[in-house]
Design a protein around this ligand. Structure first.
Ligand SMILES: Cc1cc2nc3c(=O)[nH]c(=O)nc-3n(C[C@H](O)[C@H](O)[C@H](O)COP(=O)(O)O)c2cc1C
Length: 207
């Protein structure tokens, strides 16, 4: 049986998943959208790798303004996808069909941080970037988690709350936002949940 616990020395999650071969590893697809909290997602990816999870990362163009795909490629040792349009020079599936692979194989899909824009797209089935388009290709039983992060005044907008509610009604799990100091200099609800808390939810959803 899978054991997940906090490591007292590091605060990170440790697991007994070491016995899983690469092909048996649960697959988590992380979608990063363009918020300042995107830097925290590196910690999420790193903790999942340590928990013996197969992690793939996809990023919107806006997300690449905040953190580089190279960071996530280095952590996951896998290609990071940032566009729905292929480099046609190769026959690899995730190059020709980036909106299908790795999305169709994911056991869990986590959007962290989830911008107001991304939440709106996910709630309405838009697919004009790699993150929203991949969401349209997930397996029916893939666990879907979104982690809103934005200024408190943004999070208070009825349209944004309505879009989040719509995702919840369609079976998505919402993680956060939390109350605290925000990057824009204000305080209130809008902080992305801590990487540890997000990892905990992901692991409990896939094991
Ligand atoms: C410095 C800066 C910080 C931003 N932080 C956030 C944020 O935390 N949450 C959010 O919803 N939008 C934020 N935005 C706005 C988004 O980047 C913008 O809506 C973008 O189009 C989102 O694109 P995406 O959803 O495709 O990633 C920020 C913009 C800038 C310039």
């Amino acid at each position: 049986m899978m054991v997940v616990r906090d490591s007292p020395s590091t605060g990170n999650l440790t697991t007994n998943q070491g016995e899983h071969s690469d092909t048996m590893k649960p697959k988590v697809l992380i979608g990063i959208t363009g918020g300042i909290a995107a830097y925290k997602t590196a910690d999420i990816a790193s903790q999942l790798i340590k928990a013996n999870v197969d992690v793939r990362v996809i990023m919107t163009e806006a997300a690449t303004r905040f953190v580089t795909p190279l960071t996530f490629a280095a952590l996951t040792r896998q290609k990071v996808l940032t566009t729905t349009f292929p480099d046609t020079n190769t026959g690899e599936m995730d190059v020709i069909y980036p909106h299908l692979y790795p999305a169709t194989e994911a056991d869990a899909f986590v959007v962290a941080p989830a911008t107001a824009n991304a939440i709106a797209k996910l709630a309405h089935g838009l697919g004009d970037d790699i993150v929203s388009c991949s969401a349209l290709s997930l397996k029916p039983d893939c666990k879907r988690i979104f982690c809103p992060a934005m200024n408190e005044q943004m999070w208070g907008q009825p349209i944004i709350r309505e879009n989040a509610k719509k995702l919840l009604s369609m079976g998505w799990h919402q993680m956060g936002p939390e109350k605290g100091q925000l990057a824009c200099g204000t305080a209130g609800y809008g902080r992305m949940s801590s990487p540890c808390a997000i990892v905990q939810i992901i692991l409990s959803s896939i094991f």
